[in-house]
Design a protein around this ligand. Structure first.
Ligand code: SAM
Length: 262
């Protein structure tokens, strides 16, 4: 039987209990038809991965009984994805794929040409949780409130490198830029920034070019959609700076995840 892997908020200790949400209960009981005692894998972003079992408590609530730790919590690449929000289906796609690609934080950025006003953060977070459950990572990316580009840069954390995808040819090819990093560059915290469908406005490009820690790079001669560019840049970063440089054992468990809540 495939094993359902769930993100829970509770601390994970042997003999402990982790309350399950309504959507998790519905999915386990009515979609996956899991019986009481069904095996689970649990993680909370802090305590590693644990073995557990499903236990219903009446019709409308259930818990995961926590048994033993299977994996220690591991450090994960510190790379943020800052992106101008795009329309609904594609922003969900960005959240899901960026989670699979190991983004530590998702930061929607409002720019002059951003065409989307409101971002459904709860849905983004649900997509990120479901992708994290499926992909076997031990954390869920933090999803932040949208912020204006100038505000983001004014409060930019010192020392975090910002890889800005510049479709106007303002930087070297991404592979050349990242392959040429020294040890400090590879060890630094990073972020990737991608503009909106309409691209960055001139004043935004000028602001970015005079912001310390910003590195403009190109993603080839073709103009990529914002979601394509975000994920392509994240993949290049993982391959040249992140954890795709290290051979990693394939996770042995075939996960069937709990569907998004709600
Ligand atoms: N201004 C163009 C447009 O209106 O179609 C390009 C915008 S592009 C769809 C959205 C964002 O993806 C850009 O702001 C940039 O961050 C990134 N991007 C797309 N193609 C790129 C490329 N070839 N090199 C670097 N970045 C690219």
């Amino acid at each position: 039987m495939s094993v359902s892997r769930l993100y829970v908020e509770a601390d994970l200790v042997t003999g402990g209990e982790a309350p399950l949400g309504e959507a998790q209960l519905h999915y386990l009981r009515h979609v996956m038809r899991r019986p009481d005692g069904a095996p689970l894998r649990l993680f909370n972003g802090r305590d590693g991965e644990w073995r557990g079992t499903f236990e219903a408590r009446g019709k409308r609530s259930a818990v995961a009984l926590v048994a033993e730790r299977l994996r220690e919590q591991q450090p994960e690449p510190d790379v943020w994805l800052c992106f101008a929000p795009v329309k609904r289906a594609r922003i969900d796609y960005i959240a899901e794929k960026a989670t699979e690609l190991g983004a530590a934080l998702l930061q929607p950025v409002l720019t002059r040409h951003t065409m989307v006003e409101r971002v459904n953060l709860e849905r983004l977070r649900d997509n990120a949780i479901e992708a994290a459950e499926q992909t076997g990572r031990l954390t869920v990316p933090e999803v932040r409130q949208p912020v204006e580009l100038a505000t983001l840069l004014a409060a930019w954390p010192t020392g975090r490198r910002l890889l800005m995808c510049d479709e106007t040819g303002g930087g070297p090819p991404i592979a050349e830029a990242l392959a040429g990093l020294d040890h400090a560059g590879r060890a630094a915290p990073w972020a990737i920034l991608v503009g909106p469908e309409g691209g960055f406005a001139e004043p935004e490009l000028a602001l970015l070019r005079r912001t310390p820690d910003v590195m403009a790079v190109g993603l080839g001669t073709r103009i990529l959609r914002a979601d394509t560019a975000a994920l392509a840049a994240l993949a290049c970063w993982q391959a040249l700076v992140g954890d795709w440089r290290h051979p990693t054992p394939r996770l042995a468990v075939d996960y069937r995840t709990a569907k998004a809540r709600g």
